[in-house]
Ligand binder design. Structure first.
Ligand code: URA
Ligand code: CA
Length: 437
């Protein structure tokens, strides 16, 4: 077997065998196959696509390139969720405590923010003392004790994906459904939860720009999950505006806490309850999703979900008084309202542009080494369907960096599309792809 023949095959749109795919992944990971050869293959894949069988084999090869996180020490069913990357998406911080409050284990290894998307670990670190560097044993112990832990990835998961992704990023080969599906699923399968819910975003700022492609991606990932024996389902959700009002680390954690109190934004509440109810049903604890939904809503009303969040904060070394008193969060000192220049209705809010604005203000990273200003970001004062008058605030920005204000302002003006007519009902949850087993 050699890489030249593999390249030739894919160039001619032939299907690669399982052995050829494993050969490519192994030999690229150990540097035998060069970057220029690998990028040629990735480009051929983008042009000729992968079959389902190839996508499955690529997932398997990348999954086995590194460590598998063994969670068998957790008593009972454990569930996991993944979002393909939204803006202002704080769902994990709501769904996790909600599920744990009804006795379902939520075992989540999260990531940091990069570019215009935020990361759950960064958000949690806006709570003084919160430790996302637990060992796997501590992670398992916490889940057995309180039903939840949200932690960083300490293990060496899917090194092949890291290497391939870096190359894709530099060679315009990110946006292929088979490559995205295998990249995401190899990482999720490397952590052995029982149930996985995928939230596939569609629209600006997400990988899939059309509902049709988002559905293809969701179907492929659900099929892969099922073939590996993981109960997997997906939602396709709209990103024609950021989720909730807050985009930024402290700002989003405060928003998550409000949502757990039943006082959160409508869209974040809706999607969190949907994801939670679906996971709760798939976990086998409830006979229907409706029943699960009722109990989750009850635990928001009676305060149990919020209490669980507080328990998680204490357990991971954080200052739990932040949960009761949100004035303890650091909020950046420069605050400026961005005023509407026209009258009308908000038709859409480009999530990518808002994410970029938040990043400029200090909430995100350009490169992995950049530091984050926890208190910076954007609060959306107007959302899709809202009426707005000239001179009313569209959004409020928070930053410590005066120089970033002008750029953030133009990004926000660019993001808001204001029209004369009230737009049709904004649909947040567009489709569901159900588990087959
Ligand atoms: N997220 C991933 O982890 N991989 C992709 O290829 C795209 C999104
Ligand atoms: Ca938000």
């Amino acid at each position: 077997m050699n890489i030249y023949n593999i390249l030739n095959k894919k160039k001619n749109a032939e299907e690669l065998t399982r052995d050829e795919i494993f050969y490519f992944v192994d030999k690229f990971t150990d540097d035998t196959i060069k970057d220029y050869q690998a990028s040629a293959l990735l480009m051929a894949i983008c042009i000729n696509d992968l079959t389902f069988e190839e996508t499955y084999n690529l997932t398997d090869a990348m999954l086995h390139s590194g460590d598998i996180v063994d969670l068998k020490g957790i008593n009972g069913v454990k569930v996991d969720k993944h979002s393909t990357g939204g803006v202002g998406d704080t769902t994990t911080l709501v769904v996790g405590p909600l599920l744990a409050s009804v006795g379902i284990n939520f075992a989540k290894l999260s990531g940091r923010g990069l570019g215009h998307t935020g990361g759950t670990l960064d958000k949690l670190e806006s709570i003084k003392g919160f430790n996302v560097g637990l060992s796997i044993d501590e992670f398992i112990r916490d889940i057995n004790d309180i039903g939840i832990s949200i932690n960083g990835q300490t293990a060496n998961i899917t090194p092949a994906d890291k290497k391939i992704y870096a190359l894709r990023d530099a060679s315009a080969t990110v946006d292929n459904i088979g490559l995205i599906a295998s990249s995401i699923m190899s990482k999720k399968l490397a952590v052995d939860s029982d149930v996985l819910l995928l939230d596939v975003k569609v629209g600006s700022g997400s990988f899939m720009k059309t509902e049709e492609n988002a559905e293809k991606l969701a179907n492929t990932m659900v099929k892969i999950g099922e073939k590996f024996g993981r109960k997997t389902a997906a939602l396709i959700t709209n990103m024609d505006e950021p989720l909730g009002f807050a985009v930024g680390n402290s700002l989003e954690v405060i928003e998550a806490i409000n949502t757990l109190k039943g006082e959160g934004p409508k869209d974040l509440t809706e999607i969190s309850i949907k994801i939670g109810a679906k996971l709760a049903f798939l976990s086998g604890k409830y006979s229907s999703e409706d029943l699960a939904r009722k109990e989750l809503i009850e635990n928001i009303t009676n305060g149990k979900a919020l209490l669980k969040f507080k328990e998680m904060v204490s357990r991971q070394g954080g200052d739990a008084s932040f949960v009761d008193d949100n004035s303890k969060f650091k909020i950046s000192s420069i605050r400026k309202e961005i005023l509407s220049k026209s009258n009308g209705y908000v038709e859409r809010i480009d999530a990518l542009a808002i994410g970029e604005a938040a990043k400029e203000l200090g909430a995100g990273r350009e490169t992995k080494e950049d530091e984050i200003d926890m208190g910076s970001g954007v609060i959306l004062n107007k959302k899709v369907e809202d009426m707005v008058k000239e001179g009313e605030p569209l959004a409020t920005i928070y930053t410590e960096n005066k120089e970033s204000i002008d750029d953030a302002m133009s990004l926000i003006y660019e993001a808001y599309k204001i029209g004369e007519k009230k737009p049709d009902n904004y649909k947040l949850i567009l489709k569901e792809v159900d588990s087959f087993v």
